[in-house]
Design a protein around this ligand. Structure first.
Ligand code: A3P
Length: 378
């Protein structure tokens, strides 16, 4: 056997560093130029701004892997919004959000709603992904094999996002075939949902609430994972921001209670459930959801959906665990996994005795008379 030529395999770290810097500046410059050329061409062609954004994301940013490189170098940290903003929307509602979410705001109000539409609505970190997968399976004959073929973000788009490759959003929903059901993810207050659903009451809403202490903990970790949100700060600082509604999507109490009230008034249009109820008896929830959606499921289909949708199973399932989101560097998994703990009561590992007392007092005061009980442990 030949000796290995040492000089061939030894890599000089300075050269390596220089090469990677060179590669990076090449990628940076070429993708900026390519993006600029694409913008000019598309604008000359009269293309809408959101379609231009999607086009660039899909054909320039994603293939160049530029965000992945920038995330590794921590450069994307510079893109983080400094804080949330409070804005008044076209229908005079004051909304707390990140600037990016404003791009589509008015268009979402006018989004054309179909009678068959299903909106999976939540305050972030309340079990949205979990519910999207359950609802998709209920509406597609519990076809688990089919569910694994496509990412959940392709099967159930995010209404408030532009399309980014296989992560579908607003445009895909606008162009969705009319003979196929749209199951959409939404994180916005009832006041600024599309008028077609909030005022004209077309389509159906499935709302998942989660106890706000666990939401706060999950949201705290999520801020670390994505540079699209402002820095979380320390746990103490984040809890203060969350309690004051100074986080993207705003005040948990206002958000949740409005949907609760709407569900009481329109029970055939809004199915209101909780993360804790899903955790306690998933098959019972699948049955109730199927009934709400007018779908007949056999017992073995209910069982199949429930066992496919356990935390352990979803954590390993690449079609739902958002690992593919790393492709567009939307999530930095070196911090935490999207499927983090999936438990009721993790808040006990974070809230001090004083923080618990203060939050309990806030909870009592804000929820008084609403008739909505939340479980903080099961
Ligand atoms: P944790 O961070 O507490 O683990 P969303 O989809 O709204 O962003 O919510 C994410 C939260 O739901 C995360 O909570 C995630 O782990 C949890 N989750 C996702 N799928 C779940 C499942 N099948 N069972 C229990 N929890 C789940």
């Amino acid at each position: 056997m030949n000796d290995i030529d040492e000089s061939f395999i030894r890599i000089d770290s300075t050269v390596l560093r220089r090469t990677s810097i060179h590669d990076m500046s090449f990628i940076l410059i070429s993708s900026t130029l390519a993006a600029a050329a694409v913008v000019i061409l598309l604008k000359l062609h009269g293309t809408r701004n959101i379609d231009v954004t999607s086009f660039i994301l899909k054909y320039v940013i994603v293939p160049s892997k530029i965000f992945i490189i920038l995330t590794k170098l921590r450069v994307t940290e510079l893109l983080r919004p400094k804080s949330v903003v409070r804005v008044k929307t076209a229908n005079n509602f004051v909304f707390t959000t990140i600037p990016y979410n404003l791009t589509l705001s008015n268009r979402i109000l006018e989004f054309e709603v179909r009678d068959s539409d299903v909106f999976v609505v939540t305050y972030p970190k309340s079990g949205t992904t979990w519910m999207q997968e359950i609802v998709w399976l209920i509406c597609h004959n519990a076809d688990i094999e089919a569910s694994k073929q496509l990412a959940l973000s392709t099967r159930s788009p995010y209404l408030e996002s532009v399309d980014v490759g296989e992560h579908l959003g607003f445009q895909a929903l606008e162009n969705w075939p009319t003979d196929s059901i749209r199951i959409m993810k939404v994180h916005r207050p009832h006041e600024i949902l599309p008028h077609g659903v909030s005022v004209e009451k077309r389509g159906r809403i499935i709302y998942v609430a989660r106890n706000p202490k666990d939401v706060c903990v999950s949201y705290f970790h999520f801020h670390d994972m994505t540079f699209s949100l402002p820095k979380a700060g320390t746990w103490d600082e984040f809890l203060t921001k969350f309690s004051n509604g100074d986080v993207s999507v705003g005040d948990w109490f206002d958000f949740t209670l409005k949907y609760w009230k709407e569900s009481q008034e329109n029970p055939d249009k809004i199915y209101f459930t909780t993360y804790e109820a899903l955790s306690q008896d998933l098959p019972a929830q699948v049955r109730a959801l199927a009934k709400f959606l007018g779908k007949d499921l056999r017992d073995e289909q209910v069982e199949a959906i429930a066992s496919h949708c356990t935390f352990a199973s979803m954590k390993e399932n690449r079609s739902v665990n958002y690992e593919k989101m790393a492709d567009i560097a939307a999530f930095d998994f070196s911090k935490t996994k999207f499927m983090r703990k999936g438990r009721v009561g993790d808040w006990k590992n974070y809230f001090t005795v004083n923080q618990t007392a203060a939050f309990d007092e806030l909870f009592e005061r804000r929820m008084k008379g609403a008739g909505l009980n939340m479980q903080f442990e099961i």
